[in-house]
Design a protein around this ligand. Structure first.
Ligand code: GRF
Length: 221
């Protein structure tokens, strides 16, 4: 992936602030990549508007128009494949992906999840972190497998949980750290420094003993 400009396809269901962070990083030269297409399951998602405003093809399919999840996934991934991505980035894509759709993309599809995985897989992570009383929370970027939020973790960013936090305050603090985390992880992936080999994340050819801790937009030396 390191030679030609890496092509990204982004999957998004909502407001698309992580997509915007990617677009901004490409624009100002921090990320050597291009977003070849943005795809989703919600035709009115603001993420699609952000893509179109940047001149990027954007398309949402409606799950209700398909017989089931596998049929929907197959149609969506046919759209994704049509832009010939090197890497698929799930950035706030809120539907489960089935094993059949994922199989051809193993090691080439990542997701950003708002918790320190393996803690708090699934939804409502911020409220659940508060209810559990953890002192620290954060976000993780991981390779996607059919195991929901269970694929190998590449990198994490941590934030403190503060007295008086509610779920919205904590979500905002995590989101601020998601954007640099996602960009920094993409820098490593697009430079082919991170790869998934036999379900193990490797950095520069060596297995990662633990997820990278990317507190700021600083790459490992
Ligand atoms: C982020 O918190 C992401 O981690 C989660 O969904 C949210 C999407 O935010 N998967 P945005 O659409 O990128 O603004």
């Amino acid at each position: 992936m390191a030679d030609a400009t890496p092509r990204l396809a982004v999957l998004a269901s909502g407001r698309g602030s992580n997509l915007q962070a990617i677009l901004d990083a490409i624009d100002d030269g921090r990320l050597h990549a291009q977003v070849a297409g943005v795809f989703g399951d919600k035709p009115r998602a603001f993420a699609l508007e952000r893509a179109r405003a940047a001149g990027i093809p954007a398309r949402a399919l409606r799950p209700g128009d398909f017989a089931g999840r596998d049929e929907f996934d197959a149609a969506l991934f046919a759209e994704v494949a049509s832009v010939r991505p090197d890497l698929i980035v799930c950035a706030g894509y809120m539907r489960l992906l089935g094993a059949a759709a994922l199989a051809p993309w193993a090691g080439r599809i990542i997701n950003i999840h708002p918790s320190l995985l393996p803690d708090f897989k699934g939804l409502d992570t911020h409220a659940r972190a508060l209810a559990a009383g953890v002192p620290e929370h954060g976000a993780s970027v991981h390779f996607v497998t059919a195991d929901l939020d269970g694929g190998p973790v590449i990198a994490q960013a941590r934030v403190p949980v503060l007295d008086g936090d509610d779920a919205d305050a904590l979500a905002a603090r995590v989101l601020d750290t998601e954007h640099p985390l996602l960009v920094a992880t993409l820098q490593l992936l697009c430079a082919a420094r991170i790869v998934l080999r036999d379900e193990v994340v490797e950095l520069d050819g060596r297995p990662l003993a633990a997820p990278l801790q990317l507190a700021s937009n600083r790459l490992p030396a």
